[in-house]
Design a protein around this ligand. Sequence first.
Ligand code: ATP
Ligand code: TYD
Length: 242
Amino acid sequence: MVNNWTGELIYEGKAKRVYRVNDEFLVMEFKDEVTAFDGARKEHAPSKGRLAAAQTVFLMGLLGRYGIRNHLVDWDGDRKILVRGLRMIPIEVIVRNYAYGSFLKRMPLMKPMTKFSKPIVEFHLKSDELHDPLITMDDIIEAGLANWGQINEIINTALRVNEVLGNYMVSRGLTLVDFKLEFGSDGSNNLVLADELSGDTMRVLINGRHLDKELFRRGASAMDLVKSYEEMNKLLGIPLNT
Ligand code: ATP
Ligand code: TYD
């Protein structure tokens, strides 16, 4: 699809660099770095970029086979993926199956890891300065970030993603606690799932033990996190090159 896997660097975030290939495509390069607490803790993590790229490619591929439209086009087999460039909706969509993380901070009446009667979908404004505050659907409408049709489609897609990923994880002996999605729209105004699906953006347990970035948030070293991502890839059945 592309032969030089590069282009003009248009954005550098905490986890990835984004390059513009042309009007249609972007290259996203997963960095060998891990950050937590909005970048306050940051460490070099050799091989993490490739492992997180492989997770994203595998899981987006799985969702694609279930008809969930996403931005993934190709993978260089290492740290870079080719994606469709989208107009991003500046919202983080979080789906939760169990009480954990910031949910428990705002709802301390529930015990950690209580399973919800049904998955919770919530919206956060994508803003590091404001620490991604929880927002309502009316906030989204009033701020003109999305319309009701898009909000409904986001909720339905997020729940479908949860069903497909959750079932797959269970089939591999894993528990999907919660995860974060981002969406954008393409030139024909189709809603498209974007960004990444990796241990950085989801909580995944094996027998109650974290395989995801929570380890680093709780003080584990970057090297231990990388080992854990290797284990996650093995448990998910992710080949090194697909
Ligand atoms: P965070 O780490 O909190 O997710 P960030 O902005 O630092 O935020 P990175 O993952 O480092 O995130 O950077 C990737 C950027 O690319 C994000 O701003 C994301 O919204 C954006 N993005 C993801 N997919 C697409 C796409 N298909 N088209 C355009 N932009 C995209
Ligand atoms: P959440 O419990 O809201 O946040 P915190 O990490 O502050 O406890 O996180 C829910 C899920 O969403 C979790 O799997 C991590 C993911 N997530 C991201 O990928 N990026 C983010 O900026 C946030 C806030 C969460």
